[in-house]
Design a protein around this ligand. Structure first.
Ligand code: PLP
Length: 363
């Protein structure tokens, strides 16, 4: 038996989640477009397989953070429109037919100049500041957009912003109102691009839907509203027990002796550690599932190894399956559970665990 660390990615769940999103969005406005966010290797789920699946479902756009991610998609044969969220590539966006998001005038000028020189047209989206404090035009926004819209060889296809506290209704409403003001300002001069601001959490604010939405997390089966029904997590992470040891009371476990057995114990040695995205913060706090039962992490999580207490699971055997993320029998560990045990968010859990394990796709 060699080390086994697998992330099972259920693409059927992805399809279900996509339809769920579509039902919310198209109920509000049948013309509303979906920009599926597949940055960070599709939140650790594998950007090619996820994007192929979404392309089959006729997603309107895929959204990536950086240029290299977009090139990777094009070279894999993905043809649907790609929104480039956080980069300032000039030449390559023409070569690979990408739709860049412009967050300052200078980038717009560079693109326009290049397009003019080569006699090409380029569709762009412009990002504006409404309260995220990260990227986007932030002074005389309407004027600046007018200027960009009039630059030669650029077609203003979209205007976007980003919710910074999507679960705070009043704050989000302020952001939404700023974007609406801008929309009205542009309308008076007959500029009518697609407006979008909603991430996953924003899907549940009718007013945030505008003309398009940019769901990420919810595609993968998680929501910031943890009790949301109708979506299914796509990722299961599992490994196998490397060793089992019967240790007497008062035996220290792992670095730093932070855990000392309080009884004669059965300790499982699990081949996953912080180098695999299993956070060190899960030391003495996390759980894994063995034979349908939850076993607590004992001692410090090492680089490649973590110990769990199997004393209550005497039937456990070397080579048994260990569920790190996912469900088995009656028990379930979600990305939110792991996030709570390690003071982070489901996003970081998925991107961390998903990027290190060997992926297996379920169609
Ligand atoms: C990551 C991201 C999203 C998706 O956010 P989720 O909360 O995962 O739905 C949407 N828009 C932008 C600009 C992003 O960076």
């Amino acid at each position: 038996m060699s080390r086994f660390l697998q992330a099972e990615i259920d693409l059927r769940a992805l399809i279900n989640n996509f339809h769920f999103i579509k039902s919310i969005v198209k109920d509000a406005n049948p013309k509303n477009k979906i920009i599926a966010i597949v940055k960070a290797d599709a939140y650790g789920h594998g950007v090619i397989e996820v994007s192929r699946t979404l392309e089959h479902l006729k997603v309107d756009y895929l959204g990536v953070a950086f240029y290299d991610e977009a090139v990777f998609l094009r070279e894999a044969g993905i043809n649907c429109p790609i929104l480039l969220l956080f980069d300032r590539e000039v030449e390559g966006v023409f070569k690979y037919n990408l739709t860049p998001v412009i967050f300052d005038i200078k980038y717009a000028e560079e693109l326009s100049n290049y397009a003019k020189r080569k006699n090409l047209m380029l569709s762009i989206h412009v990002k504006v500041e409404t309260g995220m404090g990260r990227l986007g035009l932030y002074e005389n926004i309407c004027e600046q957009i007018k200027k960009i819209a009039n630059m030669p060889n650029l077609k203003l296809e979209g205007v976007m912003s980003h919710l910074s506290v999507a679960e705070d209704y009043d704050w989000s409403l302020q952001q939404i109102n700023k974007l609406t003001e801008l929309k009205n300002c542009l309308k008076t001069i007959n500029i009518n691009p697609l407006f979008h601001i909603a991430n996953s959490a924003g899907l549940f604010f009718n007013k945030a839907l505008f003309d398009a939405v940019r769901p990420g997390l919810i595609l993968y089966g998680y929501a910031t509203n943890r009790s949301l029904q109708g979506i299914t997590p796509c990722m299961t992470v599992k490994t196998k027990i490397l060793d089992i040891r019967r240790l007497p009371k008062n035996t220290p476990i792992s670095y730093g002796k932070t855990f000392i057995t309080k009884r004669d114990s059965l300790i499982g040695v699990i081949p996953i550690g912080y180098a695999d995205g299993y956070f060190r913060r899960l030391s003495n706090r996390g759980f894994m599932i063995v034979r349908g039962k939850k076993a607590p992490v004992v001692g410090i999580v090492c680089m490649d190894i973590t110990m769990i207490d199997l004393t209550e699971i005497q039937e456990a055997k070397i080579g048994d399956e260990v569920i790190i993320l996912g469900s088995s029998g009656e028990e379930k560990i979600t990305a939110w559970d792991i996030a709570d045990w390690s003071d982070t968010i489901a996003y970081e859990v998925l991107t961390s665990l998903g990027s290190k394990a060997k992926r297996k796709y379920i169609y």
